[in-house]
Design a protein around this ligand. Structure first.
Ligand SMILES: CC(C)(COP(=O)(O)OP(=O)(O)OC[C@H]1O[C@@H](n2cnc3c(N)ncnc32)[C@H](O)[C@@H]1OP(=O)(O)O)[C@@H](O)C(=O)NCCC(=O)NCCS
Length: 203
């Protein structure tokens, strides 16, 4: 069995707490709204649309019923949402082989390994879907996200200068990291590292 055949829900331990990771459904709408409300607005800038707005979350929930958005949700034992992911594709575009990966963890749960767990889970799902190019963008101060994506052979592809404006009108740069699935697989085979993915993503 490879990492890409993970099933959900599954449990991971983060700093001594059991966190359940499950597929998100539209029934999670209110919990997601409450979760996003706990996040600093700065942490939402990497998403093209402002998910602080309930109508954007409603569109996200509707999209979960289709094929173009896949999300995971992470909850503590009491049901509190502490993180989520999204893989976004566009089947009608010339880039339907590209998946955009997005990860969010609540500030109180950061530094516990949850971000790494969610990024790896989201990456595995993207591979399972057969996507050929994976892209993640974030503000340049998201050191933890950049570090974990680089562990998964993502590389900086672009720096978008003054790409987003926060609610106070301050401009921020975004870095775009990408992973070319075939090129990385070929490189791993060349160097005899075909099991590297399983090493990085222990089951
Ligand atoms: C990015 C994010 C998901 C990381 O979540 P997290 O739970 O703190 O991540 P982890 O605890 O798994 O930490 C990941 C690693 O990054 C490392 N790290 C943390 N800050 C870092 C920094 N500034 N530079 C380099 N590495 C850093 C951690 O030490 C950890 O590595 P380790 O386990 O070897 O110590 C979280 O900060 C977040 O939600 N940010 C806002 C949204 C965002 O920008 N998402 C990314 C866009 S896709």
């Amino acid at each position: 069995m490879t990492e890409t055949s993970r099933s959900y829900p599954r449990s991971i331990e983060c700093a001594g707490k059991q966190i359940e990771i499950a597929r998100m459904t539209s029934a999670d709408r209110d919990a997601v709204v409450a979760f996003v409300a706990t996040l600093p607005a700065h942490d939402l800038l990497f998403v093209p649309r402002d998910i602080g707005r309930p109508q954007v979350i409603d569109a996200w929930m509707r999209a979960l019923d289709g094929e173009e958005v896949t999300s995971l949700i992470a909850r503590e034992r009491d049901g509190t949402v502490v993180g989520c992911t999204a893989i976004v594709t566009d089947d009608l575009s010339w880039s339907r082989h590209v998946g955009q990966l997005r990860i969010l963890v609540s500030p109180a749960s950061r530094g516990t390994g949850l971000g790494r767990g969610l990024i790896q889970a989201c990456f595995a799902q993207a591979l399972e879907r057969g996507l050929k190019k994976l892209v993640a963008q974030m503000t340049t101060d998201q050191g933890a996200a950049i570090a974990v994506f680089e562990e998964l052979s993502f590389r900086a592809e672009a720096l978008l200068h003054r790409q987003v404006a926060d609610r106070d009108g301050n401009m921020h740069d975004l870095v775009v990291l990408s992973h070319d699935v075939d090129a990385v697989a070929t490189r791993r085979q060349l160097y005899g590292l075909s099991d590297a993915l399983n090493d990085v993503n222990p089951r």
